[in-house]
Design a protein around this ligand. Structure first.
Ligand code: MD3
Ligand code: FE
Length: 204
């Protein structure tokens, strides 16, 4: 694949580390439960449920649209902190001098998808996005800067890490399908994806 700044690290987390991460995620979800995001204006629900950790979380709903905010849209509480293990992952792989501000947690149950989109709500595009996959296998695609650019498809499996920096940072991408029952890691079944992000532009 010829997209600069795209790195796929299959099996970065072994089975034990995946279990530890899953426990960290469950601890976050006790304080910041999954909610059902909706599209700006139409109010159409996404098929993915979401939660966040960090000083800022990515949210969307009918009235407010896509945005980052410090509080849970349903409970009004601040998001829990990003686990140390994920801060270490960012320090190791990001080549960026400051810590992530957001850890978006996406939950895909059987049949969930995420249509092709660009992550463009962050001011700091010099920082990469780092993704961790947990649970069921997923069919992922990444294209180029234009929606019509050719797409590369690959399977993301539990424990895989993807780093999206440089040119790949603003590429179209999405999740086409979940292979239900390929993992027992996520309670109730499905796939969880964690994305670490720097949101605000730093002064250097
Ligand atoms: C490529 N998540 O949360 S992770 C998202 O599996 C998102 O839940 C997908 O797209 C998921 O926005 C894909 C891999 C990923 C994450 C961020 C990217 C790929 C990316 C940002 C830019 C380009
Ligand atoms: Fe995305």
């Amino acid at each position: 694949m010829t997209l600069a700044g795209f790195q796929h690290l299959p099996g970065y987390f072994d089975a034990i580390a995946q279990n530890e991460l899953m426990r960290e995620v469950e601890r976050i979800l006790e304080r910041a439960p999954f909610y059902r995001p909706t599209m700006p204006r139409s109010g159409k629900p996404l098929s993915v449920e979401m939660a966040n950790a960090g000083s800022l979380g990515w949210v969307t709903d009918k009235d407010g649209g896509y945005r980052y905010q410090a509080t849970h849209p349903v409970t009004g509480e601040p998001w829990p902190p990003i686990p140390e293990s994920l801060l270490r992952l960012w320090a190791e792989l990001s080549s960026y001098p400051l810590p992530p501000e957001a850890c978006l947690i996406n939950l895909y149950r059987a049949g969930s998808k995420l249509g092709s989109h660009v992550d463009a709500d962050e001011q700091e595009t010099r920082a990469p996005v780092i993704s961790v996959s947990l649970g069921d296998d997923a069919a992922f695609h990444i294209g180029g800067l234009k929606r019509s650019d050719p797409k590369t498809r690959l399977l993301l499996r539990s424990g895989d890490v993807v780093v999206l920096g440089g040119e790949a940072r603003l590429a179209y991408h999405g999740i086409d399908r979940i292979y239900s029952g390929t993992s027992q890691l996520v309670p109730g079944g499905g796939r969880i994806n964690l994305t670490l992000r720097r949101v605000t532009r730093a002064d250097f």
